[in-house]
Design a binder for this molecule. Structure first.
Ligand SMILES: Cc1cc2nc3c(=O)[nH]c(=O)nc-3n(C[C@H](O)[C@H](O)[C@H](O)COP(=O)(O)OP(=O)(O)OC[C@H]3O[C@@H](n4cnc5c(N)ncnc54)[C@H](O)[C@@H]3O)c2cc1C
Ligand code: SF4
Length: 331
């Protein structure tokens, strides 16, 4: 049995107190919401915080507010279960509900949160192992070692972004509210991720994700699709979120965003694929060309489940499926 290491647990009264504790403790501290990522990581000694700051009980982070006409604000503590069932999200922000639905398993979705999902650790064969397994290979750059076993000459880590909700937030052009003891700021989801498997978040360690702001939806259509080995539980090895704004007086595409995750250390927008669609009907030809551009744009790495060259081919297939789903709903 894997056991948790010793740590002290802090239960702040509110976000301001959580931010103050985080600022005071510095790198010794980690936040925990649902704990479905953090607790297993601590058991495997991939993370060893001396102090864990609980957020889950903070009711101020647990609401859905606003309307699709004015924009919706999601609290970071909303569980994946709540996101997949919320009628407003299901109706107007379908990709959010669908991505939440696709994550892990029912018990984990009851605990796992939006904030935890957006900050979930990157993954790699050589890292997602027990302490003893990692010790046997002298660890790696991401934790306790000095070599990257995926690219031994590299000084950076190539572990892969594995959050299902992040590509959706990129496709929607959502903004994240970050709170620290120094104040509050908002960042676009596209700026929140770095192409670095260790420093994968574009936020300071003392910042807490408190809310996600979804832009208004006035006729735009979204879709989310995901590739994984076992549909009942596995992390994505590829996910695609698409957002299309149809032109008002015709059936052509006025604006488009296609986001891809599970491929490199950060989810990203494939602008070349989206640009193919602008001003065109979302017909079979446009969909095929956009999907092909997305594949040419992508560089899956050989450090997660399934062969990386096959995953690259699947980028084309999965982008096509996401766009076909939207085309069906536009017609
Ligand atoms: C078997 C299994 C399968 C899984 N499958 C998937 C999957 O298919 N797709 C997927 O996306 N994930 C998957 N996960 C990962 C995880 O369950 C989800 O990503 C979940 O949403 C994480 O949320 P949490 O609240 O439990 O995070 P936690 O474990 O509480 O936290 C995760 C990380 O985020 C940080 N954090 C948490 N809340 C905040 C906040 N508000 N502000 C700043 N930092 C914060 C924590 O410090 C920690 O580093 C899986 C996990 C397991 C164990
Ligand atoms: S990509 Fe390299 S450094 Fe990063 S987790 Fe994998 S082996 Fe370790």
């Amino acid at each position: 049995m894997l056991r948790l290491p010793d740590f002290s647990f802090r239960r702040p009264r509110d976000v301001a107190e959580a931010a103050a504790i985080l600022a005071g403790e510095g790198p010794r501290a980690k936040l925990v919401a649902g704990g479905t990522d953090l607790w297993p990581k601590m058991k495997r000694r991939q993370m060893e915080p001396a102090v864990v700051i609980g957020l889950r009980h903070l009711k101020e982070l647990g609401e859905v507010t606003g309307t699709s006409g004015s924009g919706v604000v999601l609290g970071a503590n909303l569980t994946l279960r709540q996101l997949e069932r919320d009628p407003l999200l299901v109706e107007r922000y379908g990709a959010v509900a669908e991505a939440a639905r696709s994550i892990s398993s029912p018990p984990l979705k009851t605990m796992g949160t939006l904030g935890g999902n957006l900050c979930v650790d990157t993954r790699c064969f050589y890292y997602d192992q027990t302490y003893e397994w990692r010790q046997a290979i002298h660890f790696c750059l991401k934790k306790d070692g000095d070599t990257c076993w995926v690219a031994p000459g590299s000084r950076r880590c190539w572990a892969v972004s594995s959050t299902d909700l992040a590509p959706v937030m990129l496709a929607l052009n959502a903004r994240l509210r970050l709170v620290s003891s120094a104040g509050q700021r908002t960042v676009h989801a596209a700026q929140f991720y770095n192409h670095d498997g260790i420093n994968y978040l574009g936020k300071r360690p003392d910042e807490i994700v408190t809310h996600v702001e979804l832009p208004p939806m006035n006729g735009e259509i979204t879709s989310f699709v995901k590739l994984r080995r076992r549909g009942s539980i596995d992390f994505p090895v590829l996910n695609v979120a698409a957002w299309i704004r149809p032109a008002r007086n015709s059936r052509s595409v006025e604006a488009a965003r296609i986001a891809i995750g599970g491929v490199t250390s950060a989810p990203y927008l494939s602008e070349t694929a989206a640009n193919v669609l602008i001003g065109r009907q979302l017909d079979a030809d446009a969909v095929r060309q956009a999907a092909e551009s997305a594949r040419l744009d992508s560089r899956p790495l050989d450090n997660t489940d399934m062969d990386f060259s096959w995953r690259r081919q699947m980028v084309e297939v999965w982008v096509r499926r996401a766009l076909e789903d939207i085309a069906r709903r536009m017609s």
